[in-house]
Design a protein around this ligand. Structure first.
Ligand SMILES: Nc1ncnc2c1ncn2[C@@H]1O[C@H](COP(=O)(O)OP(=O)(O)OP(=O)(O)O)[C@@H](O)[C@H]1O
Ligand SMILES: [Mg+2]
Length: 324
């Protein structure tokens, strides 16, 4: 058995568009241990959802995986048939995405929809066992058992999203991907749901891949983080180490623009400019046009990029790690 629940190696994916290829995932590698919580953070459009969908191979038709390997429990996913993938998608790895709470079928009761998914993936289990399981999952995510008998329109947004988490857990996955699972909800409910998600993850010993543009939330939720910029991972390491000594200028800019609840008061600064277009090939450091302290080396289009070790299990793009 592999030490890792998930191993992603040199993964690259682009979207084929009329304007050219959009390089949304560029040579990405990371591993997630069993029971570990891994965060993926970065600005809008940096490729977070593209990574999530590629892991499950649920990406749209115009996307092409050009390179790399995705292993779940040591088993390679790339190249599997749709049938084999369907099994892995719920039984091994499942996803809660942002709009999921609006994806419930409006005319079928919530409990029946979850049982339907359970039946499809495990036809042998009895109706009673499935109902017991749903009740247990509902308790874990803070829902009353009676919710099973309700239609989606009878539930609040927060309740629907909690039920989505129960659905994602219903086939006993080992890995759960949560892609901005609470952004459509108000802040108090967001906080409650995140606490429950974390509790369930720890209780069940799941690996969690938590995706957000909000680095403060990632700090609370994860053991390890990867910071994405323009389709690449620019820094990766233990969450504590990345927060305490960020090595990439982009990570620092994200941290400087986020208020800290626990730490000392600091002046917030905003990050100017926009990420580069993913259609044009980027040579050298993709962050250099926005970097607050670029050196002539950073702007050098011929400079070779790639992660280098900057601490224990902590890696950052070569360019920034040399400046800091
Ligand atoms: N089907 C598609 N066809 C072409 N380009 C796409 C497609 N889906 C996404 N993209 C582009 O790929 C890039 C990465 O998008 P992605 O949705 O993965 O980013 P993200 O980090 O999840 O952003 P957000 O924080 O807004 O959810 C963006 O430039 C986006 O416009
Ligand atoms: Mg996204």
């Amino acid at each position: 058995m592999s030490e890792y629940a998930l191993e992603v190696k040199n993964l690259s994916m682009h979207y084929d568009t009329l304007d050219g290829n959009v390089d949304a995932v560029k040579n990405i590698s990371f591993n997630v241990k069993s029971g570990e919580s891994f965060g993926l953070v970065g600005e809008s459009g940096c490729g977070k959802t593209s990574v999530a969908m590629t892991l499950l191979q649920l990406q749209p038709e115009n996307s092409v995986i050009t390179d790399g390997s995705i292993k779940v429990d040591g088993k390679e996913l790339i190249g599997l048939s749709e049938n084999e993938l369907r099994k892995i998608r719920w039984d091994s790895i499942s996803i809660v995405f942002q709009g999921a709470m609006n994806a419930w079928n409006p005319v079928i009761k919530i409990g029946e929809q979850i049982r339907e998914a359970m039946r499809e993936h495990n036809p042998e289990s009895s109706k009673k066992d499935n109902i017991d399981k749903i009740n247990e999952l509902f308790r874990m995510v803070g829902l009353d058992e009676s919710i099973s008998e309700r239609f989606p329109h009878e539930l609040s947004g927060g309740m629907k999203q909690r039920a989505v988490i129960a659905l994602a857990l219903s086939c006993d996955p080992k890995i759960i991907i949560a892609d901005e699972p609470t952004t459509a909800l108000d802040v108090v409910i967001q906080d409650q749901i995140l606490n429950e998600l974390k509790k369930v993850q720890e209780l069940l010993g799941l690996s969690l891949i938590y995706i957000s543009h909000d680095i403060a939330v990632i700090a609370e939720m994860t053991d390890k983080i990867a910071v994405m910029y323009a389709g690449s991972i620019v820094e990766i390491g233990p969450t504590k180490s990345v927060f305490e000594s960020p090595k990439h200028s982009y990570t620092r800019a994200l941290l400087d623009s986020t208020p800290s609840i626990h730490g000392e008061k600091k002046k917030l600064s905003s990050l100017d400019g926009e990420p580069p277009s993913l259609i044009n090939e980027i040579n050298g450091c993709s962050f250099s046009p926005r970097c607050p302290s670029p050196t002539s080396g950073c702007r050098d289009q011929t400079v070779e990029m790639g992660l280098v070790q900057v601490g224990e299990d902590h890696f950052a793009d070569k360019c920034c790690s040399e400046c800091v």
